[in-house]
Design a protein around this ligand. Sequence first.
Ligand code: HCB
Length: 216
Amino acid sequence: MTDQEMFDKLRDSIINQDVESCVTLTKKALEEGLFAIDIITKGLSVGMKVVGEKFEAAEIFLPQIMMSAKTMNAAMEILTPELQKAKAGEKKGLAITFVAEGDIHDIGHRLVTTMLGANGFEILDLGVDVLNEKVVEEAEKHKGEKILLVGSALMTTSMLGQKDLMERIKEEGLRDSVKVMFGGAPVSESWIKEIGADATAENAAEAAKRALEIMA
Ligand code: HCB
């Protein structure tokens, strides 16, 4: 099987909500020497994107998405330890990671958090559905450290909270103490510019790269 055929099969296992086949393929892909990050970005995440499109077109419904998410999580259990192996020595700063208020989509958030940890960031993971007050409170608590705020939003509604967070950070006099990176499907470069944040990224590998750049 070529690498691309393997990625396509991984993608299909997510679309078909086939936990068993996804787990078997993930193990096989690792045995064959494929990188965990490629298995995720070129296989599993492509499947999740298709699932989202099918949901939008009313071809599938919430229970199917939940099964696809369960399938992806089963693969992530195998892949996360592989991603963590790359851990860098020197500390790059404190990454405070969170999913926006009202939003419980955490697959991408966990992936980005893992990749930042593997690239030398100390992690404070606030989890999902996090109030902006909580983010500001934590940034204040850690003032003086090199802080990177890393917010995810998967819905256009929850994304709007990122603008409010930027305003609060400024009001509290914290803007010069933190760098801010936001991501998730609806987040674009133009949105980042509009709200005055520092960066975005399309996937977890790019998020780690951008994080290292803006924290250098
Ligand atoms: Co959900 N859902 N969902 N969903 N869901 C989306 C997000 C829609 C786009 C689907 C659609 O309509 N096309 C849509 C949002 C529409 C919109 O607002 N524009 C939607 C909706 C509407 C909903 C509900 C409202 C449905 C309902 O109840 N009627 C509901 C909302 C729940 C809530 O949050 N309050 C809901 C529920 C669910 C679940 C629970 C069934 C499940 C989530 C399970 C979980 O996360 N634990 C789910 C899922 C799985 C999805 C889709 C299909 C996949 C998301 C995913 O995991 N992608 C998604 C469709 C889509 O996104 N295209 C759909 C895979 C990961 C790896 O990618 O984009 O999350 P990612 O993260 C990437 C990337 O963005 C970047 O790196 C990550 C890793 O590579 N990144 C960052 C992420 N965060 C970053 C931060 C940074 O600083 C930098 C980069």
